[in-house]
Design a protein around this ligand. Structure first.
Ligand code: PLP
Length: 451
């Protein structure tokens, strides 16, 4: 009944973000290989990966150039650490390349193995910064409900996911959460513009409540990813900027999903005209081919940490791992050489968004939204009342299962279906994605007798 691999997996593998007991009933899908925007499973199914893995395979699967550079680096220097006054070419050159693409005031990169470790690094850097500035009371981070910043203790604490907090007494002390700019769910009666201002002003209310002298930083994703591709109203970021300018609080823009071209700019901070003090990165940095993350550090924080800080007692065994760093560097060089980011902006993102908008016509879709190469839609029973189809957001899971059966990977976040395809997806593949999504919506509606 199970394949050999499924059985081994059930017996020995404790899998992340899954109900391991339920998995034992059904077995996991075994992925065998991948090419372009498609992945293949051991039953011979071909699936259009409209999530680019976990938002990361920006260049698509099967790029031999990345394999070759990894092989060469493995041969030359497979590993050496960066602690205690050493470095190597892959880390130094990658840092140079990243900062050449980042906003002009950001000129240093601290490397980590993942996005979660990047946010742990942010946490330590920011607190160290304020200590060195002689303001040790500035310790508290303000984040947002339904944010995602990773799964380590700090990452999950900074995140705003209740289902993560309840497992392990999180968040830790020193993290506070404010409203998210989720218009579809929480906009009741307001215009999107008015709601954007209102959601942003919960930041100012929290600052006044806790006292500016106690607040270290505000951290946010430019658009929320794992929360359900929540794109803030146009008024939101300008109002956040206005508030932050009034108080001396650092801005951390979590670019783990949005970095490396997903918005049609290298970073979403450029898309939204933000001036972050710190930008955690990972995912698209290496197109997911090897694990690597980092924090891009703005001049203000870097100068204090370097000029006044002495040793910074933080780092990871695999910080700037030479093989991962050389693959990341080649990944960025390919994005540049092939004009991938410009193509997102001028060609494939407008096309994807235009076609995704067609899904808004469907009887069980309450809203579609998106920017760059991310998009989401809300499953509803009634377009006007926004009543959900089934209790506990069960319709999202049903929709996902139909989507998989149709050869399309869409991800449910509750009753929001989301996509974040490889940036290199072709027009014909976007057409296939939309056709399969339409069929999936029809089947979901039929399942609930809503057609
Ligand atoms: C995925 C993600 C992270 C965590 O990255 P990992 O590499 O899984 O640790 C952090 N922030 C955002 C916005 C993410 O989407």
């Amino acid at each position: 009944m199970y394949s050999e691999l499924q059985q081994i997996d059930i017996d020995h593998h404790f899998t992340p973000f899954s109900d391991n007991k339920e998995l034992a009933d059904n077995g996991s899908r075994v992925i065998t290989h991948a090419k372009g925007v498609y992945i293949y499973d051991e039953n011979g199914n071909k699936l259009l990966d409209a999530m680019a893995g976990l938002w990361c395979v920006n260049l698509g699967y099967g790029r031999q150039e990345l394999v070759d550079v990894a092989t060469a680096q493995m041969t030359e220097l497979p590993y050496y650490n960066l602690f205690f006054k050493t470095t190597h070419a892959p880390a130094a050159k990658l840092a140079e390349k990243i900062t050449s693409l980042a906003p002009a005031h950001m000129n240093k990169v601290f490397f980590t193995g993942s996005g979660s470790e990047a946010n742990d690094t942010v946490f330590r850097m920011v607190r160290r910064f304020w200590d060195l500035e002689g303001k040790p009371s500035k310790k508290t981070f303000i984040s947002r409900e339904n944010a995602y910043h990773g799964s380590t203790v700090v990452g999950a604490s900074l995140g705003g996911m209740g289902y993560m907090h309840e497992q392990g007494d999180l968040p830790i002390a020193g993290v506070e959460h404010i409203d998210q700019p989720y218009y579809f769910k929480e906009g009741d009666g307001l215009t999107p513009e008015a709601f954007g201002i209102k959601a942003a002003q919960s930041l100012e209310a929290k600052i006044l409540e806790l006292g500016e002298e106690n607040i270290a930083a505000f951290i946010a994703e430019p658009f929320q990813g794992a929360g359900g591709v929540i794109v803030p109203p146009t008024t939101y970021w300008p109002e956040i900027k206005r508030i932050l300018a009034k108080y001396d609080i650092l801005l951390v823009v979590d670019e783990v999903i949005s970095g490396f071209g997903r918005t049609g700019e290298w970073f979403a901070s450029q898309y939204y005209d933000l001036t972050p003090d710190l930008m955690p990165i990972a995912k698209g940095l290496s197109s997911g081919y090897l694990p690597i993350g980092g924090v891009i550090v703005g001049d203000r924080v870097a100068t204090t940490l370097i000029e006044k800080g002495g040793d910074f007692n933080h780092g990871f065994t695999y910080s700037g791992h030479p093989v991962a760093a050389s693959v990341a560097l080649k990944n960025i060089e390919l994005l540049e050489a092939e004009g991938v980011v410009e193509r997102v902006k001028n060609d494939i993102s407008p096309y994807l968004q235009k076609r995704w908008l067609e899904l808004a016509e469907h009887p069980i879709v309450g809203e579609t939204r998106g920017l760059g190469m991310v998009a989401g839609l809300e499953l509803v029973k009634d377009k006007t009342t926004k009543e959900r189809i089934a209790p506990e957001c069960k319709a999202g899971g049903v929709c996902r299962d139909y989507s998989m059966a149709n050869g399309l990977i869409m991800r449910p976040c509750g009753d929001t279906m989301i996509i974040s395809p490889p940036l290199v997806i072709s027009h014909a593949e976007v057409d296939e994605l939309i056709e399969k999504a339409k069929k999936t919506l029809d089947q979901t509606a039929e399942f609930y007798n809503l057609l």
